[in-house]
Design a protein around this ligand. Sequence first.
Ligand SMILES: [Zn+2]
Length: 286
Amino acid sequence: MPELPEVETVVGDLRPQLSGRFIRSVWLTRDRAVLGRILRYPKDPSAFGGRLRDRRLERVERRGKYIVMPLDRPLPDRAEERLVVHLGMTGHLRVFEPEEAVVKHTHLRIGLEGGLELRFDDPRQFGRLLLGTETELILAGVLPRLGPEPLAAELTADDFSRLVRGRRRAIKAALLDQSFLAGVGNIYADEACFEAGIRPGRRTDRLTLRERRALYGAIRDVLEKSILARGSSVINYVDGFGERGANQENLAVYGRAGEPCLRCGTPLRSTRLAGRTTVYCRRCQR
Ligand SMILES: [Zn+2]
């Protein structure tokens, strides 16, 4: 599933292609079952299309695992509306030339001025499409309140340490909780715990200050390393140009249950935490 580094890569790829472009046409799949799953707000396809048409995509940003595209304001005193896309497990958002073949499971096509098309495809349909002001989307219950960005300069090691200590639960559960920290998912939660030398099942309130600081550094480290490698291509992830990332080669524990630990050679263990498969080394992680 695309997490912070993958979404950051896609956003960086789309930004120069989309910023400042007018939306000329909107096509949504007619499949009601698919629409019911992915079109979260507004639920009515014609309302969704109507609110997008003839608007300008001002910017392309990332917040947590969400791709956020603010639109121009119809009136200066109106709050900024945004098109928000969550890639779910298998979603892709890419710009195509209009004559390029439409890939299977394409659910949204946005025709842009100058002819390019922004297309969203998602075979498993865990992706989400939202359109509205931030307040509107939060009030509608379709956009959760997100915690701080792990790579933001404002989030210091002390801030992180305080957040971690605030609630008692397994570290893995905390890292997956988007209202605690935005953008980390199963891949980077396991990788960060390995790099910090901490077992993912440890309770947040039992970590020492030194361990909390190590975890803070490890999270930033694994995310930054992955952004540099343009994300991890597990399942079907590709960037904004359809190319695979390279960070799957750097993963130390994710997807490697039973294989030898890269540091000590002990077979990596797999367990379930917070409902997710979790891989760790019982020797290197305490
Ligand atoms: Zn080990």
